[in-house]
Design a protein around this ligand. Structure first.
Ligand code: NAP
Length: 345
């Protein structure tokens, strides 16, 4: 694909979103931004890229299925990076370490490298902002609240309606980020609000990332077999361990119910959605055989526990059971809540 209109009427660079990762979150971003008339390129890889190139990315939202009319590229060379680009990483955390340097050190068509561009991160967990800051000076952290389902390669279904989802964005690290990062967070929030999301810029993104981690450590329970009560108890216990390690690490948590200022019902998840019954992104990754983010979710709790001397037996046990399972290419439901409880002792 070739970029069009790289400068506006006043000679300033036209903003273009380069969304890296054509999965659940990436497709919902690209759909909304392109519907809002903003310039977007969606970046994919491997088998997903092949499918999307052949028959497009099928996107379902609010009862309507369509093929997204968005240019798709296979990497930075095909995108042709330039001033005005905003990089948005919408991959899983485990892919960030390999992906980010590729974009950081890609040559721009107008001189310089990708690392000069602003980077927005939308991963669950606490790690990708740190990874990004090694190469990128202008980093915006984000928390996406969306029920996006990507089980069939190249097909994404969003269960939130009428809006696509909620997103919280803030310069990272909030205390020392350059003013440019704060301006990017504000601009991207404005654009995403136009693009069918409920977007809120914040000045304390670390508190939101920590708050989301407490929820995210419960998502992989959906990969396990077990009755609803057993699974609910395990979720509660995993979240309690997460809160304990975050407290030991001196991390304050946001209070979304109080601090989100938009009408959250506008991005409500349909009660019938499979995502609500435990088929969140870890379940989908196991179903798709697409690797596991668990090391960055439950493994983050284990890491913080080790750093701060707080036991995290359940998060460690869940990480171990699912780490082995993913390595063996197993699908969801092979291991049980009981297996995790037994391993945790
Ligand atoms: N899904 C949700 O509802 C949801 C909600 C809130 C937050 N999140 C978080 O958002 C992040 C993204 O999750 P997701 O569910 O959107 O994941 P996903 O559906 O697996 O999509 C990620 C996509 O990124 C692609 N990718 C990985 N490395 C790449 C690279 N170097 N270049 C191009 N594409 C690359 C993957 O390719 P392959 O197809 O080859 O794997 C995959 O298609 C995760 O941190 C997740 O926890 C997800």
């Amino acid at each position: 694909m070739s970029p069009t209109g790289t400068t506006g009427p006043t000679g300033t660079a036209v903003r273009r979103y380069v969304v890296i990762g054509a999965g659940g979150v990436g497709a919902a971003l690209a759909a909304g931004l392109t519907d809002a008339g903003l310039d977007v390129v969606l970046v994919s890889r491997g088998a997903t890229l092949g499918v999307v190139r052949e028959r497009g990315l099928r996107f379902t939202h609010a009862g309507r299925t369509r093929v997204l009319d968005v240019p798709v590229a296979g990497g930075p060379d095909e995108v042709g990076l330039r001033a005005g680009d905003v990089l948005v990483l919408a991959t899983k955390s485990q892919d960030a370490t390999a992906t980010l340097p590729r974009w950081a050190w890609a040559a721009r068509t107008d001189g310089g490298v990708g690392a000069d561009l602003p980077l927005v991160l939308l991963q669950n967990g606490l790690e990708t902002e740190r990874v990004a800051l090694r190469c990128f000076p202008t980093v915006v952290g984000g928390v996406a609240l969306i029920a996006a389902r990507h089980v069939v390669t190249g097909e994404v279904d969003v269960a939130n309606a009428p809006r696509l989802g909620e997103v919280v964005l803030g310069a990272y690290p909030s205390a020392t980020a350059p003013p440019a990062a704060r301006a990017v967070a504000e601009q991207v929030a404005t654009d995403l609000d136009r693009a069918g999301w409920l977007a809120q810029p914040v000045t304390d993104i670390e508190r939101w990332l920590a708050w989301k981690l407490v929820a995210s450590v419960t998502f992989a329970v959906g990969v396990l077999s077990g009755d609803d009560d057993e699974r609910a108890r395990l979720r509660t216990d995993l979240a309690a361990e997460a809160r304990a390690v975050l407290a030991a690490a001196g991390r304050d948590l946001a209070d979304a119910a109080r601090e989100l200022t938009h009408d959250r019902t506008l991005a409500a998840v349909a009660p019938s959605a499979a995502h609500g019954s435990g088929q969140q992104s870890p379940w989908q990754a196991f179903a798709r055989g697409a690797g596991s983010e668990v090391d960055f979710l439950n493994g983050e709790v284990a890491l913080l526990g080790r750093l701060h001397g707080v036991p995290t037996p359940l998060n460690h046990a869940l990480q171990t059971v699912l780490g082995r399972s993913a390595a063996q290419g197993e699908g969801p439901g092979v291991h049980s809540v009981g297996d995790v409880r037994t391993l945790a002792g």
